[in-house]
Design a protein. Structure first.
Length: 101
């Protein structure tokens, strides 16, 4: 199966797991999919929906490691901004390696 279809399937599985409140497993699948096709995951609407839902759902709770979701959100946001402006962006642990922000 082509990588794009595998990643799309992974995003759908992550969405289903998230709906069943199995967020840790969903996040793991999302991160695995990102390894296979980073650009597709960063720019896919399902990724954004999942991350936004997790950010809203983790306010005041610590079911996920505190920094994982914000880092993923920063990476997706930076990818969208880079794509819009036509530049290449690299983030290390959710931050720009040059600026640390």
């Amino acid at each position: 199966m082509p990588v794009e279809r595998q990643v799309r399937h992974s995003l759908e599985v992550a969405r289903a797991l998230s709906a069943w409140n199995r967020t840790d497993e969903a996040l793991s699948i999302l991160l695995d999919a990102e390894q296979a096709a980073p650009e597709q995951v960063r720019h896919h609407y399902l990724s954004r929906e999942l991350v936004i839902g997790w950010i809203r759902g983790t306010k005041g709770r610590s079911s996920l490691p505190e920094l994982t979701i914000p880092r993923l959100a920063r990476r997706i946001t930076a990818g969208i901004q880079a794509r819009t402006s036509g530049v290449t962006a690299y983030l290390e642990h959710g931050n720009s390696p040059e600026t640390g922000v």
